[in-house]
Design a protein around this ligand. Structure first.
Ligand SMILES: Cc1ncc(COP(=O)(O)O)c(C=O)c1O
Length: 461
């Protein structure tokens, strides 16, 4: 399905926003209702049998596939019989590097292996510590474990949902080798401060930009700040190709090593050997296929326009729901010029909702027709870390004291992340942000309706 067209431009919106103030944009009436001209049955929540604010609505579906324009390239690939890595993959890489603003891009099978490869080619592994956020998808952390290194968790700034730079330095030890800033939900981390700390302590920075395609800080794309940036093109992502990933970097020798590694360790660029000497380095096989790249190129065509739409809708929705007591929308760092909005996040404060739990809030909101979820659970406490500690490899390499799981949990407590995961975070998925301005208004009305009916909702068993 086509992303719906917005009936306002970015410039118009910003102008309105700054001239008239948020109250004027949302049309707050004297009765305190969010929107004039819209009259939901505010008395009975949908989950208790009332009329939902949003009924039978078809949100923009995902992924988008337009046979008329998307299939030509794909069919050319299929008919050519050249399906393994070749010119179409190279074209995708060239275009992605240009979009992100780095010298090089190497595509591969997925974002997880982009992280694995980056860690391996910076020789990060056994005995090293890697600083990472606990508020992320599992791959940001499991790849650290997979490398043999120890994850060290940095608590979050709940307003931005990102690793809190204030908390980084206290976790640095003589074993710290790298930081993985994860631009989670598509909102950029505070890269200025993170890079300063990394330079001061001589740390490698691998940006996990797997949810942050085209997000920018001071008009510079995320993924281009650190030593390397990693992306995912998995099916749910804002640029989907089924499965796929990429590493970007300006470090030519590192990129040559990555290329060689993803192609069995064969010679590439500065990874050169005598002719006929055979495979030079330890490597594996992670190459992207031509048909995946053809899908990626088709998706890349609309990424810019979709990112613009998501930003406009997210900014508008933020201005609306920021009016509701007990709701704190995401905050972007001051120098962020654009986010990717893989998700639209906000904080839910149950004390302002009459003690209604987040679970009940989500159920009520979904009944009003708003797709939403509570997001991640705490990665720093997940059993896979304990499992790794009890593995033969970890026991062989690390002293017993390093594998004391209770001590690890204690050292890696992240109380703000715990609250975020258990009580506060609410997500709305990215495809919803491709809807209309009216869609955003209806979402805000639904949230307001729930907020006005907390007593009835609480009484519900
Ligand atoms: C933050 C983050 N890091 C890493 C990954 C791993 O990417 P992939 O699923 O392509 O392996 C993902 C994808 O889900 C992600 O969201």
């Amino acid at each position: 399905m086509e992303p719906m067209k917005l009936d306002f431009t970015r410039r118009e919106f910003i102008k309105k926003n700054s001239l008239a103030g948020a109250g004027a944009i949302v049309g707050l009436s004297s009765a305190g209702k969010l929107f004039t001209g819209f009259n939901p049955d505010t008395t009975v929540p949908a989950i208790l049998g009332g009329n939902p604010v949003i009924t039978n609505h078809k949100w923009p579906s995902w992924p988008i596939w337009k046979p008329e324009v998307d299939e030509k390239r794909l069919l050319e690939v299929m008919r050519s019989g050249v399906w393994s890595r070749n010119k179409v993959v190279a074209e995708f890489e060239e275009k992605w590097a240009k979009l992100i603003g780095t010298k090089r891009c190497l595509s591969m099978v997925n974002g997880t292996n982009a992280l694995n490869t980056s860690l391996a080619q910076f020789e990060i592994g056994w005995g090293d510590e890697v600083l990472v956020t606990p508020y992320t998808f599992i791959a940001s952390v499991s790849t650290i474990i997979f490398s043999g290194a120890m994850p060290v968790f940095i608590d979050v700034d709940p307003e931005t949902f990102q690793m809190d730079p204030e908390k980084i330095e206290e976790k640095i030890t003589s074993n710290t080798k790298a930081i993985i800033p994860v631009h989670i939900l598509g909102l950029p981390c505070d890269m200025d401060r993170i890079m300063k700390i990394a330079r001061k302590h001589n740390l490698i920075v691998i940006e996990d930009a797997c949810q942050a395609w085209l997000a920018e800080i001071d008009n510079k794309k995320v993924g281009s700040f650190g030593n390397a940036g990693c992306f995912s093109f998995q099916n749910s992502k804002n640029i989907p190709m089924g499965e796929g990933g990429a590493i970007v970097s300006d470090d030519e020798e590192f990129m040559d090593r990555c290329y060689s590694y993803h192609n069995y360790g064969n010679p590439y660029g500065s990874v050169a050997g005598e002719v006929g000497a055979g495979t030079l380095r330890i490597g594996t096989k992670l190459r992207l296929s031509e048909y995946q790249a053809a899908i990626g190129l088709a998706q890349m065509e609309r990424l810019e326009q979709q990112t613009e739409t998501r930003n406009l809708n997210a900014t508008y929705l933020k201005s609306l729901i920021g009016q509701v007591k007990g709701i704190t929308p995401y905050r972007l760092y001051d120098n962020v010029t654009r986010a990717a909005f893989h998700l639209f996040p906000f904080l839910y404060h149950k004390d302002d909702f009459n003690g209604l739990s987040r679970g009940k809030f989500l159920e009520a909101l979904r009944a009003e027709g708003v797709p939403c979820s509570g997001g991640y659970s705490e990665l720093n406490k997940m059993p896979f870390i304990k499992d790794a500690f009890s593995s033969r490899f970890f026991r062989k390499f690390y002293p017993e004291s390093s594998l004391d799981y209770k001590a690890f949990l204690e050292k890696n407590q992240c109380p703000r992340n715990e609250k975020l995961c258990k009580e506060q975070a609410v997500w709305i998925p990215q495809n919803v942000l491709l809807g209309t301005k009216t869609d955003m208004e209806n979402i805000a009305s639904a949230i307001e309706k729930v907020s006005k009916n907390t007593d009835k909702l609480r009484a519900r068993s």
